[in-house]
Design a protein around this ligand. Structure first.
Ligand code: ZN
Length: 343
């Protein structure tokens, strides 16, 4: 079967991946759609991010959906042909972090398409995949494109859980790529009274507006755009930083009001913090990393029509056109979410 491997910066190749044997409790899935994520782009552009670097060829991809083609022994509740969203999160279930209820912090996590451990964990941009049934959520009623959005939506639902209640609050979202826009959709659903969004491209900001942002600000053309919100001691209750860019983080800290919560979701390497302000305003600084239970919640939110991700999927390309797909995903002025088609 064909799979898409990253060998290093700007070096993607279609290769042959082994067809594994189907085990008990597993499903064989003919892949349908795979979304290109920011981390896939980091591997493509730079061979990794922060201290995480490719040390061997790795199949990319972790935002995937597909159709069940074979069902292992002991699996109930699936039929051949079912559309499933496949969670890339594979915690071990027995380490100290899993046992204290933090599967996203698993010490032995085998998250698809990750170069954090070595050997790297191979990803899901492939024609066929064997997954544990426990990783799969029946996506009946969704399109394959929507089902493949369950993963990034789960990331954002986890960030909202880290943020705590936003009911009636003023929320600032910095960085309006797919993650930022999904955070806006989730914050709106969670009852935020006002959502302010910043980005450095007008295309992203127009999508933020469509998703429900009340105010959109271009921080490239108007670097001081958040200044009015930073007056006195700040006026934002909750900030979700989705860009991983230090200037965005600094502007957010300035705009947050005393005892506000800042959730750092963007991940692109270390940043320097304005610690004086964080201390003096008694801010709560929280990270947000991956997800676990939120994956099933994401599918349910979409199935119930509570969050509509369809407008975010702006482009899709057959697997053979992976080069065009990645070039398009790199162009933030044009693309929001780019997906590969495996069938
Ligand atoms: Zn574990």
């Amino acid at each position: 079967m064909q799979a898409l491997y990253a060998y290093g910066p700007k070096d993607l190749r279609l290769g042959t991946a082994p067809d594994d044997l189907l085990g008990p409790g597993q499903l064989r899935i003919k892949m349908a759609r795979g979304g290109i994520c920011g981390s896939d782009l980091h591997y493509f552009n730079h061979g990794g991010f922060g201290t995480v670097k490719l040390r061997e060829p790795m199949i990319l991809g972790h935002e995937v959906s597909g159709h069940v083609t074979e069902i292992g022994t002991g699996v109930d509740g699936y039929s051949v042909g079912d559309l499933v969203a496949v969670s890339p999160s594979r915690p071990c279930g027995v380490c100290d972090e899993c046992l204290r209820g933090l599967p996203n912090q698993c010490l032995n996590m085998r998250f698809y398409g990750s170069a954090m451990p070595f050997p790297h964990i191979q990803g899901a941009f492939r024609e066929s995949l064997i997954a544990d049934a426990a990783q799969c959520i029946n996506a009946d009623g969704l399109t394959p494109a929507e089902a493949a959005m369950a993963e990034p939506l789960a990331v954002c639902l986890h960030a909202m859980a880290q943020a705590g209640t936003v009911l009636g609050k003023r929320v600032l979202v910095t960085g309006c790529g797919p993650i930022g826009v999904l955070v806006i959709l989730a914050a709106r659903r969670a009852g935020a009274s006002e959502i302010i969004a910043t980005d450095i491209t007008d295309t992203a900001l127009s999508r933020a507006k469509t998703a429900g942002a009340d105010v959109t600000l271009n921080s490239l053309t108007h670097p001081e755009a958040l200044a009015p919100y930073a007056a006195a001691k700040g006026s934002i209750d909750t900030g979700v930083e989705c860009s991983g860019a230090e200037p965005a983080l600094r502007a957010m800290v300035g705009a947050l009001r005393p005892r506000a919560t800042l959730v750092q979701l963007g991940l692109s390497g270390d940043m320097t913090l304005p610690m004086m302000q964080i201390t003096a305003k008694e801010l709560s600084l929280k990270g947000s990393f991956r997800f676990h239970a939120e994956f099933a919640q994401a599918v349910a939110f979409m199935q119930k029509g509570l969050i509509d991700v369809a407008p975010l999927v702006t482009h899709s390309f057959p697997l053979a056109q992976y080069a065009t797909a990645f070039a398009t995903a790199n162009d933030r002025a044009t693309a929001m979410k780019v997906q590969l088609e495996f069938t």
